[in-house]
Design a protein around this ligand. Structure first.
Ligand SMILES: [Zn+2]
Length: 66
């Protein structure tokens, strides 16, 4: 398990999360068809949708997984 540092492009808030695990969970969800329309997008890029945990911001943004 490795933590990646995320910085919100909207407010600059920085936090850490395990992106590899997050992406894996996301792909599991996609495989189940819940977010079927986003499947091609997920497979064709390393961009994932994150939501800023800063309660004063809370905006969604795309983050590139290395
Ligand atoms: Zn933010």
């Amino acid at each position: 398990m490795s933590l990646d540092t995320i910085k919100c492009p909207n407010c600059g808030y920085m936090y850490q999360m395990d992106l590899g695990e997050y992406k894996q969970n996301l792909e599991t969800i996609v495989t189940r068809g819940i977010f079927g329309k986003d499947k091609s997008k997920l497979e064709s890029s390393n961009l994932i949708d994150l939501k800023c945990p800063n309660s004063a911001c809370g905006k969604s943004f795309e983050w590139k997984v290395e």
